[in-house]
Design a protein around this ligand. Sequence first.
Ligand code: ADP
Ligand code: MG
Length: 288
Amino acid sequence: SIPLGFFGGIGAASKKGILVKGSNYLEALNDVKYVVFDKTGTLTKGVFEVDSVYPVNGYSEEEIIKFAAYAETHSNHPIADSIRKAFGDKIKEELIQDYNEIAGHGISIVVDGKEILAGNDKLMQKEKVDFYRNNEIGTIVYVAYDKQFVGSIAISDQIKADSYSAIQTLKRIGIKKTVMLTGDSKVVGKRVGELLEVDEVHAELLPQNKVEEIEKLDASKNAKDKILFVGDGINDTPVLARADVGMAMGGLGSDAAIEAADIVIMTDEPSKIATAISLAKRTRRIVW
Ligand code: ADP
Ligand code: MG
């Protein structure tokens, strides 16, 4: 027989903007003792803005933004929106000959016969571009034209209003450890982690590295304690599937993440994580 309380729990959750895809996930939430977050779009708004542009080798700020905007033409990454917005001008789509988005790295594109690269330091290293590191605080997008480094762009994101209190609440309701995983730089990861008082931060991770972090945590914990992963991006689908419970942000989140998740937070608020856990605990109490 199906315990009625679970239906009650799913209904109560949906009234709070939390979509639970099955009663087994509500049951599993009861045993969650580790909460692992993605940074961008999950704990931060994922709405980036260009702060400064650093051209080199005789290029202008406008040219750097133009190269990057062409590269980001087809990307759904929040970084891409900020760069296209800063460009403001029209992209001549007919000039784009080849387009390649490299997960956790950035973009490679061919425009009018020349390759443009826009992405992080890992992308520059991978493509053997000789570049200067930009140590500004922020997410840095390095830009290369025809394999020559032409400059970098510093962009910033903001922490969501309820991220700090969400983490405090999780600690209060018995979560043993909070962990933040990010593909972003160590500087940005460390700063956000400190501001939010997350117990552990792992930065510069590729999607497969995020899965490895979950596996390490899985191997080190008690068998009955469960891991919840909360993410938003297309890159997060492997971790959403690997964690005991996968939760996605439903508003800004990618369709792939929403589909891969067991639970979806429709309002994008991290505070709903603790709401869901508390609800699961109340639901279990009234099941007979
Ligand atoms: P997060 O884990 O913070 O959500 P992602 O895994 O989506 O980050 O991306 C990791 C990093 O890869 C970004 O911080 C950025 O440096 C780089 N990156 C990914 N996609 C793009 C893109 N479209 N343009 C530029 N850089 C990108
Ligand atoms: Mg993300």
